[in-house]
Design a protein around this ligand. Structure first.
Ligand code: ASP
Length: 434
């Protein structure tokens, strides 16, 4: 099943309440849910203030919308661009693999929105929702690989450069589009991060729909993983894997950021990070994931950590990461990439410099012959619309969409594929070399 989020400016990510899909940075329009649930209505700011001042109660979402009004006022800063960068959207590879009902990939959806004047964060939250709604991407949203108890727990965060705001959710269950929930935290609350049960209650209150995120495929994958864990337990070993060797590289699976071991068990090394800069030089960033496959319940990776999974400073640029979150959190990777760009480094030099820092900060148990046993990727775009991505091991590609259309580009890398250690591997570690 694919999202129906189209390339419409102001388009709505599937499963995202109408009110939430609208940018609070779009001036002077507030959308209220009527008490009769008759649908959203639009009023201008003066009417809104007059209405509330007159003491008319705004049911259910009243306090949230008052906050949105306040946020909007703060966000109406000077908008004059100092230059016109070429608009661009970059993301992890899966941003140009999963497709919506119109056959458009995430980076295409986001690029079309910003090129029509849409807000950069609205655009990328819609863009990543294409991957979140794709049950075949086992590293994000619906169909993401579950934790060690078979429960899908999702993490996401976002930052809106022009208004200097951020939102995040961790360990969110039952909601397929955590990036939009993170944006709702940003748009409708004075908080930045909600986790677990509280995040879910918030999402339901905001109108997101609960659904079973465990697909038939991930349920079977979970049972296979569980049954092969311990030869002495009561679970009988499953029949041998039917996936042919090398199937991960078949066109249907390539770029899905999951690899299968010799027992046919999938391990995710996925996530989607997406960043955009528009012709005004306004920038936003967003990362969403189901995290490490088979993780300990409650484990939160880098994706929902502002400054690790993604970071955005409208004066400089945006950055994000996919891969082993534990390695990234320790160096505040996305923040550091942006800081290096602030010091004048190109996006590629900044990403590579942070990769060096990651390796310098890696525990010896995760190093073999001086090389890390995991993969990690950084993506960066600056205010001029220049972009790059860098990773640990050669061979990966990432997604770009600009005036030339959607495509893949190659990562800069620290080490050649042949230098990659052969193991031990677990969770989100690198796919072993053939
Ligand atoms: N960075 C994500 C996490 O650690 C996982 C990944 O990108 O593979 O949760």
């Amino acid at each position: 099943m694919k999202t129906s989020a189209g390339g419409r400016e102001g388009g709505r990510a599937e499963g995202v309440p109408f009110e939430l899909a609208l940018s609070p940075s779009r001036p002077l329009a507030l959308y209220l849910r009527s008490s009769s649930n008759a649908g959203p209505m639009s009023i201008n700011r003066r009417d809104f203030i007059a209405t509330t001042a007159a003491g008319v109660a705004i049911p259910a979402l009243g306090s949230a919308e008052t906050i949105v009004s306040h946020i909007e006022q703060r966000s109406l800063g000077p908008k004059a661009p100092r230059f016109a960068p070429p608009p661009v959207v970059i993301s992890s590879e899966n941003g140009n693999i999963s497709k919506n009902a119109e056959g458009k990939t995430g980076v295409q959806v986001a690029y079309e929105m910003i090129s029509r004047g849409g807000d950069t964060l609205d655009a990328i939250v819609n863009g990543v929702s294409v991957v979140e709604r794709d049950p075949n991407d086992q590293s994000v949203g619906l169909g993401g690989l579950p934790n060690e108890e078979g429960v899908v727990q999702l993490d996401a965060s976002c930052m809106h450069g022009p208004t200097k705001r951020a939102g995040s959710v961790g360990c969110l269950e039952g909601i397929a589009t955590p990036a939009a929930v993170a944006k709702a935290v940003m748009d409708y609350t004075d908080h930045i991060m909600l986790v677990g049960e509280g995040a879910k209650k918030f999402a339901l209150r905001m109108g997101f729909k609960e659904e079973n995120l465990l697909t038939e495929q991930t349920r079977k994958d979970y049972l296979r993983w569980k049954a092969t864990l311990n030869a002495g337990d009561a679970w009988l070993n499953p029949p041998p894997a039917t996936r042919p060797p090398g199937d991960d590289d078949a066109p249907a699976h390539r770029g899905r950021h999951v690899w299968h071991d010799e027992k046919g068990i999938p391990y995710s090394y996925g996530t989607i990070n997406m960043n955009a800069v528009n012709a005004n030089g306004d920038i936003s960033s967003c990362t969403t994931t189901s995290g490490l496959s088979w993780k300990i319940p409650g484990r939160v990776g880098d994706s929902p950590i502002i400054g690790a999974g993604q970071y955005c400073d409208n004066e400089v640029g945006a950055a994000g990461s996919t891969g082993r979150g534990e390695a990234n959190i320790k160096v505040c990777g996305a923040f550091l990439v942006v800081e290096f760009m602030r010091q004048g480094m190109s996006p590629e030099a900044a990403c590579m410099k942070v990769m060096e820092r990651v390796i310098a900060m890696t525990e010896s148990r995760l190093m073999v012959n001086g090389k890390p046993t995991f993969q990690l990727q950084f993506y960066a775009v600056n205010k001029k619309g220049e972009y790059a991505a860098a990773c640990c091991y050669e061979g990966a590609q990432y997604a770009v969409c600009d005036a030339k259309g959607p495509r893949f580009e190659k990562f800069a890398y620290m080490y050649k594929a042949s230098e990659q250690p052969k193991g031990p591997l677990s969770g989100v570690m690198v796919k072993p070399p053939a």
